[in-house]
Design a protein around this ligand. Structure first.
Ligand SMILES: Nc1nc2c(c(=O)[nH]1)N[C@H]1C(S)=C(S)[C@@H](COP(=O)(O)OP(=O)(O)OC[C@H]3O[C@@H](n4cnc5c(=O)[nH]c(N)nc54)[C@H](O)[C@@H]3O)O[C@H]1N2
Ligand SMILES: Nc1nc2c(c(=O)[nH]1)N[C@H]1C(S)=C(S)[C@@H](COP(=O)(O)OP(=O)(O)OC[C@H]3O[C@@H](n4cnc5c(=O)[nH]c(N)nc54)[C@H](O)[C@@H]3O)O[C@H]1N2
Ligand code: SF4
Ligand SMILES: [Mo]
Length: 858
């Protein structure tokens, strides 16, 4: 195998990746998104492409099947359902992780051949408010920003974005730009402190959903200090007066910020023409998400700070192909190629181009409504592709029940056991990253190739092919006779050409004669094109619109539940969860809680908290930290029913949506919390996969196998049997050590002298060193020594992992600090931490800040 140039399948930064002849993975120095950098997830890609856990045969009702039988069944069921109940009785639920070619074909089948628009995607949970906001302001869904703008800005405002963890390479580009130009200012607007906050000059710890009040206040301030660009707005913008007057009606203090904080931020924004406002899920995932987007866009439009270098609004996309999905019309309220579903001319042009028998005329169901329609019995056949809605949608147990109710459910996935696959009638095995070919569009509109460097495992097929094969069996063979993704891409570009008479931002002409095999990363409409530099927008009058928005009335629940992401995990962990290095960063579902709230609830370090809403209950490990404000909680979205018994956070989130975009409000839930007092806590490390059996159980991969955290309200009658069952070790010799004084039970299981499992239980949180116990698995350590759960004196405990690339733990770093390494760079020199992908640098900086007080006092 020679060198392959491809693109990372995780976040929307869209980094170029080089895969060497020996399979080693590095950043592509020539890719304009990353110039050679990769983050921890990108750097660990090689550890996630093995075949363990892969779905490698179609399955029907749990039994292995063959492709012809499975495809025939899917086509027959969909056709029969449409014939009996009409086109609106079937639905596709797709994903921003499909490639553009897969997405194009799925959209074409549903909208042009089935004739309904019931295709929605997980981008509804992700980008829909930005899409709706862009369309209201610009008349089109255009992301005008580029990564270079971030480097050229004098002020970067990060709103509801944890860039350090979620777009790490972009964060590193900004950090490097700030190092080169220390005058650059960074403001972070987030209700909690995050790794991103460490780079910021100003952290505005806003109230949940205080953003409209804040940006309305900014617009009112700009207006009253004469900072609006009247010439620009006269020529290019409508709605100025009414929007300013709506902004004046807002009370900025409703943002939860002090007058001094507001004054500082407003003055900084007013004084700094080169400002880029970056926003992400803290903006989009809200009941006022679209209004938040427009409140931000209003400020840029009113000052003419858009369409010029180093300034503008910038909605950074989450998934690798969120943008590609929007382009091909993957959302239920769009057509294809940025054409409008509601416009008869557009519909006719697409239908003519596709030569299709029908075309949808009305918008389909948006994600949350779609699953509600499943619950209501209206959807009779559902096909879920490349997404895990039984985990990622709000009220996840309700969604699981809704899916279970649909008479015929198909899923296409690469992994066999997922919470959603467990509910499907037919499983179709897709080829995964490294095996499939196609294109993706990143946050700055750059289309890059994903290229295969591994042979597809026998049994798996590319998504575009699976969809086309079903379409052919539904009677549409000639319209779906694609031989490869390059033909699909060519058709997508040709459709764009055929629609060129309509005024749209999308323009793919630069790809018209492109050599697909050799395609280099290219932005549409062309590299270095600056949208809106001529002041022309896409509303019929050619102007942008400022949109009057009203700040929502905020209620204050006892606890507002905020949710989001961890540095080293990707969504529902089906891929990132395979890597032991990535799993070591934060190995169990947790909830950030303020120390004062913890005291009030009687929660101490290591305790568990039961967090509840009217939808359900989760049990999470308490992470007591002042990073989170009082009255708020933050929990990660990653834990599934596969990985934990009670850590699935969407069990308790509500299906409340933004009225314009239909995007669920996943950041400000109304919950209660109390300490969860089990009869015993446990921890085990094992060689083979453990079985989650307790009320609280969370499983993670380790370098030597697996680990499991446990807690339960029931004390087992037989500890040996319990340890064997949880550790999945029916065989092997057992050594048990009980200490009635402390109420601890320690169990070692060995096989031929080798430790295969170590199990610890106690009435208090188990305080053995996890990293030491994990390292003992597979060794010949005598059981009694191993049961001490401590490192040997010659091998100090490394502590919780901070650097995933070089496996450097917190304790190792702390020891280096006491030996004199007092900066991120110095710690890197001594321990290597942070010197590969750099994703952990913010945490190393935070650790230094944390220990700086005692050190100063030395
Ligand atoms: N490591 C990792 N990276 C990822 C992903 C992943 O799973 N793991 N997923 C990718 C995807 S699909 C996406 S969409 C992106 C998401 O990227 P981000 O949006 O950056 O990530 P989140 O953690 O969801 O949320 C961002 C921040 O919004 C804050 N927030 C909550 N409520 C409010 C509010 O009312 N106002 C403001 N201003 N802020 C608020 C939260 O505290 C949180 O820190 O990440 C992408 N990158
Ligand atoms: N509480 C809470 N919930 C959230 C969020 C939040 O911030 N808080 N964020 C939301 C957001 S922004 C997003 S984007 C969603 C993400 O949520 P999901 O899309 O549900 O999560 P993933 O784990 O990315 O699911 C992708 C699935 O596709 C499979 N897969 C991977 N590659 C391929 C392939 O090539 N082909 C096929 N057919 N399958 C493949 C994977 O194994 C996995 O099962 O979660 C949303 N849910
Ligand atoms: S920042 Fe990390 S996850 Fe995102 S594309 Fe780049 S390497 Fe992949
Ligand atoms: Mo997302």
């Amino acid at each position: 195998m020679s060198l392959t140039r491809t693109t990372c399948p995780y976040c929307g930064v869209g980094c170029g990746v080089l895969v060497d002849a020996d399979g080693s993975i590095t950043g592509d120095p020539d890719h304009p998104a990353n110039f050679g950098r990769l983050c921890s997830k990108g750097a660990a890609l090689g550890e996630t492409i093995d075949l363990a856990g892969r779905l490698l045969h179609p399955k029907i009702n749990g039994d292995q099947s063959d492709w012809d039988t499975a495809l025939d069944l899917v086509a027959q069921k969909f056709s029969a359902t449409i014939a009996e109940h009409g086109p609106d009785s079937v639905a596709f639920y797709a994903s921003g992780q499909l490639l553009t070619e897969d997405y194009y074909v799925a959209n074409k089948l549903m909208k042009g051949f089935i004739g309904a628009a019931n295709i929605d995607t997980n981008s509804r949970l992700c980008m829909a408010s930005s899409v709706a906001g862009h369309k209201r302001a610009f008349g089109t869904d255009t992301v005008p920003g580029t990564y270079a703008d971030l480097e050229e800005a004098d002020l970067i405002v990060l709103v509801g974005s944890n860039l350090a963890w979620c777009h790490p390479v972009l964060y590193q580009r900004i950090a490097a730009a700030k190092l080169a130009r220390p005058d650059m200012r960074i403001v972070n607007i987030d209700p909690r402190r995050t790794a991103t906050t460490d780079l910021a000059d100003l952290h505005l710890q806003i109230s949940p959903d205080g953003d409209v009040a804040l940006f309305n206040g900014l617009l009112a301030h700009l207006a009253s200090t004469d900072k609006l660009d009247a010439t620009y707005t006269r020529n290019h913008v409508t709605g100025v007066a009414e929007t300013v007057s709506a902004a004046r009606a807002s009370t900025p203090a409703d943002s939860g910020l002090t007058p001094a904080e507001l004054a500082t931020f407003y003055a900084l924004w007013a004084q700094t023409p080169r400002v880029v406002t970056v926003y992400s899920q803290g903006v989009n995932q809200s009941a006022s998400g679209t209004d938040k987007v427009n409140a931000i866009l209003n400020c840029h439009l009113a000052t003419g700070r858009i369409g010029k270098p180093g300034m503008g609004p910038f909605s950074v996309t989450g998934q690798p192909n969120a943008m590609g999905g929007r382009e091909v019309g993957g959302l239920a309220n769009m057509l294809a190629n940025h054409l409008e579903l509601g416009n008869p001319d557009h519909r006719q042009a697409v239908q003519r181009f596709w030569g299709s028998p029908t075309i949808c005329t009305t918008p389909g169901l948006k994600a949350v409504d779609l699953f509600q329609a499943c619950a209501d019995g209206k959807i009779k056949a559902l096909w879920i592709m490349s997404t895990n809605p039984a985990v990622s949608l709000p009220d996840a147990d309700g969604v699981a029940a809704a899916i279970a109710k649909v008479p015929f459910v198909v899923t296409s996935d690469i992994i066999e056991k997922t919470d959603t696959n467990n509910l499907a009638d037919v499983l179709l095995p897709a080829t995964g990253w490294g095996e499939k070919d196609g294109t993706v569009t990143n946050s700055e509109r750059r289309i890059s190739r994903q290229r295969a460097f591994l042979a597809a495992p026998s049994g798996a097929r590319p998504d575009w092919q699976i969809i086309s094969d079903v379409a052919a069996r539904m009677g549409h063979a000639s319209a779906f006779a694609y031989k490869n993704p390059s033909e699909i891409f060519a058709e997508y570009v040709a459709l764009d050409g055929a629609a060129s008479q309509f005024s749209r931002d999308l323009d793919l002409s630069v790809f018209a004669d492109a050599d697909y095999a050799q395609l280099i990363p290219t932005q549409w409409p062309r590299n270095d094109h600056r949208f809106f530099s001529d002041g022309a927008f896409y509303h019929p009058d050619g102007r942008a619109r400022m949109v009057p928005v009203t700040a929502p009335v905020l209620t204050k629940p006892r606890f507002a539940l905020n949710t989001g992401r961890n540095r080293d995990q990707w969504h529902t962990m089906t891929r990132s969860g395979k890597s032991a290095r990535l799993g070591a960063h934060l190995a169990e579902p947790y909830v950030e809680i303020h120390p004062a709230d913890a005291t009030e609830l009687g929660v101490r370090a290591g305790h568990l908290i039961s967090v509840e809403s009217i939808y359900g209950r989760t049990i999470l490990r308490a992470l007591i930290t002042p990073r989170i404000a009082q009255g708020q909680l933050f929990a990660p979205m990653h834990w599934t029913r596969q990985r934990s018994t009670s850590g699935l956070i969407n069990r308790i989130t509500a299906p409340v949506t933004d009225p314009h975009s239909g995007q669920p409000a996943l950041k400000a839930g109304c919950v209660s919390a109390k300490v969860f007092k089990p009869k015993w806590y446990g921890f085990a490390a094992t060689k083979t996969e453990p079985v989650a059996r307790a009320e609280y159980a969370a499983i993670a991969r380790t370098q030597t196998g697996w680990q499991i955290e446990l807690a339960s309200g029931k004390i087992p009658t037989d500890w040996e049997a319990t340890a064997r069952a949880i550790c999945g070790q029916a065989q092997g010799e057992v050594s048990i050590h009980t200490d009635p004084a402390t109420g601890t039970i320690r169990v070692a299981i060995t096989s031929n002298g080798e430790i295969t499992a170590l199990f610890f239980a106690s009435s208090d949180p188990v305080i053995v060193s996890r990293s030491c116990v994990v390292e003992l698995i597979g060794t010949q350590t005598p059981p009694l020594v191993a049961l001490a759960g401590r490192a040997a004196t010659d091998q100090p405990d490394a502590g919780v992992k901070i650097c995933a690339c070089f496996n450097v733990g917190r304790n190792t770093l702390l020891r280096a600090v006491t030996k004199g390494a007092r900066s991120v760079a110095a710690l890197g020199e001594v321990t290597c931490a942070g010197t590969n992908c750099g994703s952990c640098k913010p945490e190393i900086a935070a650790l230094l800040a944390e220990v700086s007080l005692p050190l100063a006092a030395e």
